[in-house]
Design a protein around this ligand. Structure first.
Ligand code: C5P
Length: 230
C-alpha cells in the first residue's frame, strides 16, 4: 500500500489536488481538515462557545470525543464523493462556512482534541489495507497540517505543498467569488502553526511550491512523486 501524506497552509489548493491525485491512482482520500471542521461544527451545534478565551477546553474535548466514539460521524473516503455526514446529515458544505473556518483553530489547538482526531486518522489509514476498504490496499492520500510529521511520518510519499502568501490569499478570494466561505487565511495559519509544523518541511519531506504552477502542473508533479515511490 502506498501512503501519500500532504501537508501545507490554507489556500494552497491541497484539497483539490489531493483529491485529484487519489482519483488518478484509485486511492482513498482522507481530508483531515474536514475532520477538524466537523468537530468545530459539532461543538457549535451543541451550543459551545468557541470564542477564544471563553472556550472551555475540557468541554470541547469531551464533545469531540463523543462525536467520534459514539459513531455519529461517517467519512466517505471515495475521492469522487469525499462526503462527511453526522447522524446521517451531510455536512460537507456546512463545514466550509466562514463561521466554521474562523472557529476551527480554537478547536484544533486543544491537544487532547488532536489526540482523538489523530487516533481516528491513523485508524482510517490502517483500515485501507482491509478487503472491505475503498482502495483494497492500493493506497491512500491523506492531507492536512501534521500528516507528514505526526499522523503518518512513515508514509511512502511525504510532501509539503506551499505557495507564497499573496498567491494563497488570491486563490481563497477566487473561492469566495464562487460562493465558498472564506476567512482570514493568514490569521488562521498563524494560529495553526503554533501547534502544527507545516510552514517548513521536516527531514525527508519534499517541498512543492506551486506559486507559479497551475492545477494541472501541480498534479503532474505529485503524480511523478507517487510513481517514483511505486
Ligand atoms: O485544511 P483545512 O483548511 O480545511 O483545515 C481546517 C483547519 O483544521 C485548519 O485551519 C487547522 O486548524 C485544522 N487542521 C489541523 N490539523 C490537520 C488538518 C487541519 O489542525 N491535520
Amino acid at each position: 500500500m502506498i501512503r501519500v501524506a500532504i501537508d501545507g497552509p490554507a489556500g494552497v489548493g491541497k484539497s483539490s489536488t489531493s483529491k485529484a491525485l487519489a482519483r488518478h491512482f484509485g486511492f482513498a482520500y482522507l481530508d483531515t481538515g474536514a475532520m477538524y471542521r466537523a468537530s468545530a461544527w459539532w461543538c457549535m451545534k451543541q451550543g459551545l462557545d468557541l470564542d477564544g478565551s471563553e472556550a472551555d477546553e475540557r468541554q470541547i474535548t469531551e464533545t469531540v470525543a463523543d462525536l467520534f466514539a459514539q459513531g455519529h460521524i461517517d467519512i466517505d473516503l471515495d475521492p469522487d464523493r469525499a462526503g462527511i455526514t453526522v447522524d446521517g446529515q451531510d455536512i460537507s458544505e456546512d463545514i466550509r462556512s466562514s463561521e466554521v473556518s474562523s472557529h476551527v483553530s480554537t478547536v484544533s489547538s486543544i491537544i487532547p482534541v488532536r489526540h482523538v482526531l489523530i487516533a481516528a486518522q491513523k485508524a482510517y489509514i490502517a483500515a485501507e489495507n482491509d478487503e472491505s476498504s475503498y482502495s483494497h490496499g492500493a493506497g491512500i492520500v491523506a492531507e492536512g497540517r501534521d500528516i507528514t510529521t505526526v499522523v503518518a511520518p512513515d508514509a511512502e510519499v511525504r510532501v509539503l505543498l506551499t505557495a507564497r502568501e499573496e498567491v494563497r490569499e488570491a486563490r481563497r478570494l477566487g473561492q469566495s467569488v464562487q460562493g465558498i466561505g472564506t476567512d482570514d487565511v493568514a490569521a488562521r495559519d498563524r494560529a495553526d502553526s503554533k501547534v502544527t509544523s507545516f510552514l517548513k518541511a521536516s527531514d525527508g519531506v519534499t517541498t512543492v511550491d506551486n506559486s507559479d504552477m497551475d492545477f494541472k502542473q501541480t498534479l503532474d508533479v505529485l503524480i511523478g512523486l507517487v510513481e517514483d515511490a511505486e
